[in-house]
Design a protein around this ligand. Structure first.
Ligand code: UTP
Length: 297
Protein backbone atom coordinates (compact mmCIF):
# COMPACT_ATOMS: atom_id res chain seq x y z
CA UNK A 1 0.00 0.00 0.00
CA UNK A 2 1.33 3.48 -0.86
CA UNK A 3 0.89 5.96 1.93
CA UNK A 4 1.83 9.61 2.12
CA UNK A 5 4.98 10.01 4.22
CA UNK A 6 4.58 11.36 7.76
CA UNK A 7 7.09 14.23 7.90
CA UNK A 8 5.68 16.43 10.64
CA UNK A 9 5.04 15.93 14.35
CA UNK A 10 3.03 18.08 16.74
CA UNK A 11 4.16 18.40 20.36
CA UNK A 12 1.44 19.98 22.51
CA UNK A 13 3.27 21.81 25.30
CA UNK A 14 0.77 24.50 26.28
CA UNK A 15 -0.75 22.81 29.36
CA UNK A 16 -0.44 24.17 32.88
CA UNK A 17 1.12 21.09 34.48
CA UNK A 18 -0.80 21.67 37.72
CA UNK A 19 -0.14 18.17 39.05
CA UNK A 20 3.56 18.99 39.35
CA UNK A 21 3.24 22.37 41.03
CA UNK A 22 5.24 24.17 42.35
CA UNK A 23 7.97 22.70 40.07
CA UNK A 24 5.97 23.86 37.04
CA UNK A 25 5.22 27.37 38.33
CA UNK A 26 7.77 29.01 36.04
CA UNK A 27 9.47 25.91 34.55
CA UNK A 28 7.54 24.19 31.73
CA UNK A 29 6.65 20.62 32.69
CA UNK A 30 8.18 19.48 29.40
CA UNK A 31 11.57 20.88 30.50
CA UNK A 32 11.77 18.79 33.68
CA UNK A 33 14.75 16.47 33.64
CA UNK A 34 14.35 12.77 32.97
CA UNK A 35 17.78 11.37 33.94
CA UNK A 36 19.95 13.88 32.04
CA UNK A 37 17.78 15.60 29.45
CA UNK A 38 14.41 17.35 29.43
CA UNK A 39 11.30 15.29 28.76
CA UNK A 40 10.80 17.18 25.50
CA UNK A 41 14.24 16.14 24.22
CA UNK A 42 13.44 12.47 24.82
CA UNK A 43 10.33 12.71 22.63
CA UNK A 44 12.06 14.78 19.94
CA UNK A 45 14.70 12.03 19.75
CA UNK A 46 11.91 9.45 19.47
CA UNK A 47 10.40 11.46 16.60
CA UNK A 48 13.78 11.80 14.82
CA UNK A 49 14.24 8.03 15.04
CA UNK A 50 10.79 7.60 13.42
CA UNK A 51 11.83 9.78 10.46
CA UNK A 52 10.11 13.05 11.47
CA UNK A 53 11.64 16.08 9.73
CA UNK A 54 9.54 19.02 10.95
CA UNK A 55 8.91 19.65 14.65
CA UNK A 56 5.88 21.73 15.62
CA UNK A 57 5.46 22.93 19.20
CA UNK A 58 2.08 24.18 20.39
CA UNK A 59 3.27 26.52 23.12
CA UNK A 60 1.86 29.17 25.43
CA UNK A 61 3.21 32.05 27.48
CA UNK A 62 6.09 31.05 29.74
CA UNK A 63 7.26 28.21 27.51
CA UNK A 64 9.96 29.90 25.41
CA UNK A 65 12.62 27.92 27.28
CA UNK A 66 11.57 24.92 25.16
CA UNK A 67 12.55 26.61 21.89
CA UNK A 68 15.78 27.88 23.45
CA UNK A 69 16.74 24.33 24.38
CA UNK A 70 16.77 23.20 20.75
CA UNK A 71 18.53 26.33 19.46
CA UNK A 72 22.27 26.72 18.89
CA UNK A 73 24.03 28.08 21.99
CA UNK A 74 27.04 29.73 20.32
CA UNK A 75 28.76 30.86 23.51
CA UNK A 76 28.57 27.39 25.06
CA UNK A 77 29.81 25.74 21.86
CA UNK A 78 32.80 28.08 21.55
CA UNK A 79 33.73 27.53 25.18
CA UNK A 80 33.56 23.74 24.85
CA UNK A 81 35.61 23.91 21.62
CA UNK A 82 38.27 26.07 23.31
CA UNK A 83 38.47 23.61 26.20
CA UNK A 84 38.68 20.60 23.87
CA UNK A 85 35.55 19.02 25.43
CA UNK A 86 34.57 17.08 22.33
CA UNK A 87 32.33 14.60 24.13
CA UNK A 88 30.24 17.40 25.64
CA UNK A 89 30.24 19.25 22.33
CA UNK A 90 28.74 16.22 20.67
CA UNK A 91 26.00 16.02 23.32
CA UNK A 92 25.16 19.73 22.96
CA UNK A 93 25.10 19.66 19.15
CA UNK A 94 23.06 16.45 19.19
CA UNK A 95 20.34 18.18 21.19
CA UNK A 96 19.65 20.76 18.47
CA UNK A 97 16.78 20.76 16.01
CA UNK A 98 18.32 21.83 12.67
CA UNK A 99 17.70 25.39 11.61
CA UNK A 100 14.43 25.76 9.70
CA UNK A 101 12.92 22.57 11.12
CA UNK A 102 11.44 23.89 14.39
CA UNK A 103 8.08 25.67 14.24
CA UNK A 104 5.86 27.08 16.94
CA UNK A 105 2.25 28.07 17.20
CA UNK A 106 0.43 29.40 20.24
CA UNK A 107 -2.52 28.16 22.23
CA UNK A 108 -3.68 31.25 24.16
CA UNK A 109 -5.85 29.28 26.61
CA UNK A 110 -5.42 25.61 27.56
CA UNK A 111 -8.79 24.50 26.20
CA UNK A 112 -7.78 20.85 25.91
CA UNK A 113 -5.63 18.50 23.84
CA UNK A 114 -8.02 18.54 20.86
CA UNK A 115 -7.80 22.32 20.73
CA UNK A 116 -3.99 22.23 21.11
CA UNK A 117 -3.70 19.91 18.10
CA UNK A 118 -6.09 22.11 16.09
CA UNK A 119 -3.71 25.07 16.72
CA UNK A 120 -1.18 23.33 14.41
CA UNK A 121 -3.64 23.19 11.50
CA UNK A 122 -1.94 25.79 9.28
CA UNK A 123 1.53 24.40 9.93
CA UNK A 124 0.49 20.86 9.06
CA UNK A 125 -1.53 21.63 5.93
CA UNK A 126 -2.98 18.72 3.99
CA UNK A 127 -0.79 15.79 5.01
CA UNK A 128 -0.73 13.04 7.66
CA UNK A 129 1.11 13.92 10.84
CA UNK A 130 2.16 12.54 14.21
CA UNK A 131 1.19 13.81 17.66
CA UNK A 132 3.44 13.07 20.64
CA UNK A 133 2.58 13.97 24.24
CA UNK A 134 5.85 14.91 25.94
CA UNK A 135 4.73 13.94 29.42
CA UNK A 136 4.14 10.33 28.40
CA UNK A 137 7.44 8.54 28.09
CA UNK A 138 7.78 5.11 26.52
CA UNK A 139 10.87 3.05 27.23
CA UNK A 140 11.23 0.80 24.19
CA UNK A 141 13.45 -0.23 21.31
CA UNK A 142 12.55 0.77 18.66
CA UNK A 143 10.78 3.86 19.97
CA UNK A 144 7.00 3.89 20.22
CA UNK A 145 6.46 6.30 17.29
CA UNK A 146 8.69 4.18 15.05
CA UNK A 147 6.52 1.16 15.89
CA UNK A 148 3.41 3.15 14.92
CA UNK A 149 5.11 4.31 11.73
CA UNK A 150 5.75 0.68 10.73
CA UNK A 151 2.01 -0.03 11.13
CA UNK A 152 1.11 3.13 9.20
CA UNK A 153 3.40 2.21 6.31
CA UNK A 154 1.63 -1.11 6.03
CA UNK A 155 -1.99 -0.09 6.69
CA UNK A 156 -2.29 3.67 6.12
CA UNK A 157 -5.20 5.52 7.76
CA UNK A 158 -4.87 6.62 11.38
CA UNK A 159 -2.78 4.74 13.94
CA UNK A 160 -2.89 5.03 17.74
CA UNK A 161 -0.58 3.62 20.38
CA UNK A 162 -2.57 1.53 22.84
CA UNK A 163 -1.92 -0.26 26.11
CA UNK A 164 -3.91 -2.44 28.48
CA UNK A 165 -4.85 -0.70 31.76
CA UNK A 166 -6.47 -2.00 34.97
CA UNK A 167 -10.28 -1.89 34.75
CA UNK A 168 -10.62 0.34 37.81
CA UNK A 169 -8.44 2.98 36.10
CA UNK A 170 -10.21 3.25 32.73
CA UNK A 171 -11.89 6.53 33.75
CA UNK A 172 -8.45 8.22 33.48
CA UNK A 173 -8.01 7.37 29.79
CA UNK A 174 -9.46 7.38 26.29
CA UNK A 175 -10.72 3.80 25.91
CA UNK A 176 -11.00 1.80 22.68
CA UNK A 177 -13.53 -0.66 21.32
CA UNK A 178 -11.43 -2.96 19.11
CA UNK A 179 -11.69 -6.06 16.92
CA UNK A 180 -9.75 -9.09 18.24
CA UNK A 181 -6.01 -8.45 18.24
CA UNK A 182 -3.96 -9.80 15.35
CA UNK A 183 -0.52 -9.95 16.84
CA UNK A 184 -0.05 -6.46 18.20
CA UNK A 185 -2.54 -4.82 15.89
CA UNK A 186 -6.31 -4.28 16.08
CA UNK A 187 -8.88 -2.39 14.04
CA UNK A 188 -10.61 0.25 16.17
CA UNK A 189 -14.42 0.37 16.08
CA UNK A 190 -15.14 3.14 18.60
CA UNK A 191 -13.50 5.20 21.33
CA UNK A 192 -14.69 7.07 24.38
CA UNK A 193 -12.90 9.54 26.67
CA UNK A 194 -12.76 8.76 30.42
CA UNK A 195 -15.64 6.26 30.67
CA UNK A 196 -16.80 4.78 33.99
CA UNK A 197 -15.54 1.17 34.34
CA UNK A 198 -19.05 -0.25 33.82
CA UNK A 199 -19.43 1.69 30.53
CA UNK A 200 -15.95 1.03 29.13
CA UNK A 201 -15.91 -1.03 25.91
CA UNK A 202 -12.53 -2.62 26.86
CA UNK A 203 -9.47 -1.99 28.98
CA UNK A 204 -7.33 -0.88 26.00
CA UNK A 205 -6.45 2.79 26.36
CA UNK A 206 -5.09 5.35 23.96
CA UNK A 207 -1.50 6.33 24.83
CA UNK A 208 0.22 9.61 23.92
CA UNK A 209 1.34 8.72 20.38
CA UNK A 210 -0.85 9.18 17.30
CA UNK A 211 -0.60 9.23 13.52
CA UNK A 212 -3.54 11.18 12.14
CA UNK A 213 -4.94 12.29 8.80
CA UNK A 214 -5.46 16.05 8.24
CA UNK A 215 -9.27 15.71 8.02
CA UNK A 216 -9.19 15.73 11.84
CA UNK A 217 -8.72 19.53 11.79
CA UNK A 218 -12.11 20.34 10.32
CA UNK A 219 -13.74 18.14 12.95
CA UNK A 220 -11.76 19.68 15.83
CA UNK A 221 -12.70 23.15 14.63
CA UNK A 222 -16.40 22.46 15.23
CA UNK A 223 -16.11 20.37 18.38
CA UNK A 224 -17.81 21.33 21.66
CA UNK A 225 -16.17 20.73 25.06
CA UNK A 226 -16.34 17.11 26.26
CA UNK A 227 -15.01 15.37 29.40
CA UNK A 228 -13.75 17.96 31.97
CA UNK A 229 -15.22 20.69 29.71
CA UNK A 230 -12.11 20.42 27.46
CA UNK A 231 -12.01 19.98 23.69
CA UNK A 232 -10.96 16.35 23.61
CA UNK A 233 -8.84 14.85 20.84
CA UNK A 234 -10.60 11.52 21.48
CA UNK A 235 -14.00 13.06 20.61
CA UNK A 236 -12.55 14.39 17.34
CA UNK A 237 -11.02 11.02 16.46
CA UNK A 238 -14.34 9.27 17.28
CA UNK A 239 -15.97 11.51 14.67
CA UNK A 240 -13.24 10.84 12.06
CA UNK A 241 -13.64 7.12 12.71
CA UNK A 242 -17.03 7.31 10.97
CA UNK A 243 -15.18 8.08 7.70
CA UNK A 244 -11.68 6.65 8.01
CA UNK A 245 -9.93 3.57 9.36
CA UNK A 246 -8.15 3.61 12.72
CA UNK A 247 -5.72 0.95 13.96
CA UNK A 248 -4.49 0.40 17.50
CA UNK A 249 -0.88 -0.73 17.96
CA UNK A 250 -0.18 -2.56 21.21
CA UNK A 251 3.35 -1.21 21.32
CA UNK A 252 6.28 -3.10 22.80
CA UNK A 253 7.75 -1.32 25.81
CA UNK A 254 6.48 0.38 28.94
CA UNK A 255 4.80 3.76 29.24
CA UNK A 256 5.42 6.15 32.15
CA UNK A 257 3.14 9.07 33.00
CA UNK A 258 5.57 11.87 33.81
CA UNK A 259 2.70 14.29 34.40
CA UNK A 260 2.35 13.17 38.02
CA UNK A 261 4.90 12.84 40.83
CA UNK A 262 4.90 9.04 41.17
CA UNK A 263 5.07 8.37 37.42
CA UNK A 264 7.89 10.92 37.14
CA UNK A 265 9.96 9.25 39.87
CA UNK A 266 9.26 5.80 38.42
CA UNK A 267 10.35 6.96 34.95
CA UNK A 268 13.60 8.38 36.31
CA UNK A 269 14.39 5.04 37.94
CA UNK A 270 13.40 2.98 34.90
CA UNK A 271 15.25 5.15 32.36
CA UNK A 272 18.43 5.25 34.45
CA UNK A 273 18.33 1.50 35.13
CA UNK A 274 18.03 0.97 31.36
CA UNK A 275 21.35 2.76 30.77
CA UNK A 276 24.53 0.70 30.74
CA UNK A 277 26.54 3.58 32.22
CA UNK A 278 24.12 4.05 35.14
CA UNK A 279 22.48 0.71 35.85
CA UNK A 280 24.81 -0.70 38.50
CA UNK A 281 25.07 2.44 40.61
CA UNK A 282 21.31 3.12 40.57
CA UNK A 283 20.56 -0.53 41.30
CA UNK A 284 22.90 -0.49 44.33
CA UNK A 285 21.29 2.77 45.46
CA UNK A 286 17.82 1.23 45.29
CA UNK A 287 18.95 -1.85 47.17
CA UNK A 288 20.37 0.29 49.96
CA UNK A 289 17.05 2.18 50.20
CA UNK A 290 15.09 -1.04 50.48
CA UNK A 291 17.46 -2.36 53.16
CA UNK A 292 17.18 0.85 55.21
CA UNK A 293 13.41 0.75 54.88
CA UNK A 294 13.28 -2.85 56.13
CA UNK A 295 15.50 -1.95 59.10
CA UNK A 296 13.33 1.06 59.97
CA UNK A 297 10.00 -0.74 59.86
P1 UTP B 1 -2.21 17.08 30.43
O1 UTP B 1 -3.52 16.42 30.31
O2 UTP B 1 -1.17 16.34 31.21
O3 UTP B 1 -2.46 18.52 31.06
O4 UTP B 1 -1.69 17.38 28.98
P2 UTP B 1 -1.45 19.54 31.72
O5 UTP B 1 -2.12 20.86 31.76
O6 UTP B 1 -0.12 19.53 31.04
O7 UTP B 1 -1.18 18.99 33.19
P3 UTP B 1 -2.11 18.99 34.53
O8 UTP B 1 -3.22 18.02 34.27
O9 UTP B 1 -2.57 20.40 34.80
O10 UTP B 1 -1.16 18.52 35.59
C1 UTP B 1 -0.98 16.46 28.17
C2 UTP B 1 -0.12 17.24 27.20
O11 UTP B 1 -0.94 18.08 26.38
C3 UTP B 1 -0.57 19.45 26.52
C4 UTP B 1 0.24 19.53 27.82
O12 UTP B 1 1.21 20.56 27.76
C5 UTP B 1 0.88 18.15 27.91
O13 UTP B 1 2.11 18.09 27.23
N1 UTP B 1 -1.79 20.30 26.53
C6 UTP B 1 -2.84 19.96 27.31
C7 UTP B 1 -1.83 21.42 25.76
O14 UTP B 1 -0.86 21.75 25.02
N2 UTP B 1 -2.94 22.21 25.78
C8 UTP B 1 -4.03 21.89 26.53
O15 UTP B 1 -5.03 22.65 26.50
C9 UTP B 1 -3.97 20.74 27.32
Amino acid sequence: MTTQKVRKAVFPVAGLGTRLLPATKSMPKEMLTLVDRPLIQHVVEEAKEAGIEQFIFVTSSGKTMIEEHFDRQHHLIHTLERRGKNDLLEIVLGSEIPTGHLHTTRQHTPLGLGHAVWCAKELIGNEPFAVILPDEMVLSKPGCLKQLMNVYNEKGGNVLAMMNVPKEKVSRYGILDIDPLEGRLAKINAMVEKPEPEDAPSTYSITGRYILQPEIFEILENLEGGANGEIQLTDGMAELLKEQSFYGCLFQGKRYDCGNKFGFIEANLAFSLARDDMHDEVYAMLKSFVKTDVLLS
